[in-house]
Design a protein around this ligand. Structure first.
Ligand code: GDP
Ligand code: MN
Length: 398
């Protein structure tokens, strides 16, 4: 589960990590009112940020610095009225329903800081770079040496000496070192105590020097948190932060029926049992020049109802113009799938080409069911093996 930036900022702030004050709003008028409040408190700069579960907002024009009420109204109107298309969204973009209105800060330098699990070494790891900001993906790709990784001991956590050492290597100066090190340790504790899968601050910034803070201040101005769904039962406070509007409605419905479904951008709907078989089915579709519209694993214990729902979800996607069913019956019986196809055809109707390949438990009974239904489902053809099936469906949609 992911949460919004404004929620992550609250968690950071509760953990003692400095964050500029801000407020989430859902209307243009509320955005203007919050901006007025911040200006009234003596701040000259306000930042307006789209609250969506995707990054790359800055480059997409969905993070705006404003110095007047008029600019604030214009930015809020734009963000709430346009879909955001960034490198992290699909080409169709996502709707923006919430904004964060926060005090803007002057930036001397931007850093990157995150904690996540390093699967290769099997240990939670602090990741940091002095080249933080909107180009961090480019840095990771072109200059991986600029990214530091520090393993976190599972029992003792991130030690003070590790944090200070890293802060120095990153180039923090003077009093910044202790501030940055404290933030690192608190972020590492937060990651463990929340059962997070990632906690990311990008950018962590240093503000320009002032009289009160001659070395500047180290603060977080953006945060992305993700949590381990299997541990959410331990965190009702996090569960309460869930925003269903950010999720693909088809994926939510699939979850209710015990289906593993991930929507993709292609045109060929795939219904498969088993995650591995689903992956290889997608591969072979691509090999034959097609683009899968989804990943869908109906699992080993699928019923007629869940398979019918799976078809409903696939056919509910307007981009789908062909469907490939690839079932290897082990625990799953092929005749269950065959009956579900017939059922779904009655209920939802297949007005796009359907190619079915079945193998395994009760395959003969299944073939008979499909044979008997052929007259009722004219768009259906059966295939003897996977390669043949993939070729047939790619041909049908071409
Ligand atoms: P992201 O693009 O979705 O990661 O959104 P961020 O919140 O990280 O904002 C993108 C960039 O906007 C940051 O890297 C900063 O350079 C800039 N930015 C965001 N907030 C502020 C702010 O308060 N003051 C200044 N000067 N720049 C900001
Ligand atoms: Mn960011």
């Amino acid at each position: 589960m992911k949460i919004h930036e404004y929620q992550a900022r609250q968690l950071l702030s509760d953990a003692g990590i400095p964050v500029p004050p801000g407020q989430m709003v859902e209307t243009i008028d509320a955005a203007v009112a919050e901006t007025e409040k911040i200006f009234a408190s003596g701040e000259g700069l306000v930042v307006i940020k789209a609250q969506v579960h995707a990054g790359g907002r800055g480059k997409a024009g969905f993070v705006k610095l404003v110095r007047s009420i008029e600019e604030a109204r214009e930015a809020a109107t734009f963000m709430l009225g346009n879909r955001m298309v960034s490198v992290q969204t699909g080409p169709e973009g996502i709707e923006v329903k919430r904004l964060l209105i926060a005090a803007g800060v002057d930036i001397e330098k931007e850093y990157y800081l995150a904690v996540t699990l390093d699967r290769r070494h099997g240990v939670n790891t602090l990741i940091a770079s002095a080249e933080g900001g909107v180009e961090i993906e480019t840095v990771a790709h072109d200059n991986p040496d600029a990214i530091y990784k520090v393993p976190i001991h599972p029992l003792s956590g991130l030690e003070a000496f590790q944090a200070r050492g890293l802060a120095k290597r990153l180039g923090f100066q003077g009093r910044q070192i202790q501030q940055a090190a404290t933030i690192m340790q608190r972020l590492a504790s937060l990651y463990s105590s929340l059962d997070a899968s990632i906690v990311e601050i990008n950018p962590l910034i240093v503000t320009p020097p002032t009289e009160q803070a001659p070395d500047g201040r180290v603060i977080a101005i953006d945060a992305k948190f993700g949590f381990d769904d299997n541990a959410l039962y331990r965190h009702p406070e996090l569960k309460a932060m869930h925003d269903p509007a950010e999720e693909n409605p088809a994926e939510i419905r699939a979850e209710e029926f015990g289906l593993s479904y991930v929507a993709l951008d292609g045109t060929i709907g795939c219904l498969v049992n088993g995650a591995g078989l689903a992956m290889s089915t997608m591969d072979i579709v691509k090999l034959h020049g097609g683009e899968p519209a989804n990943f869908l694993d109906v699992g080993g214990s699928a019923t007629k109802e869940s398979v019918t729902e799976a078809f409903r979800i696939i056919l509910g996607d307007g981009r789908v113009n062909g469907v490939l069913v690839n079932i290897f019956g082990g625990i799953m019986r092929c005749d269950t799938i065959a009956s579900a196809i017939v059922e779904a055809a009655k209920e939802v109707g297949f007005d796009v080409p359907l190619v079915v390949r079945l193998e395994g438990t009760e395959v003969d009974a299944a073939r008979q069911i499909l044979e008997d239904a052929k007259a009722d489902i004219p768009s259906m053809q059966t295939a003897g093996n996977l390669a043949e099936a993939a070729a047939a469906v790619c041909d049908a949609v071409a």
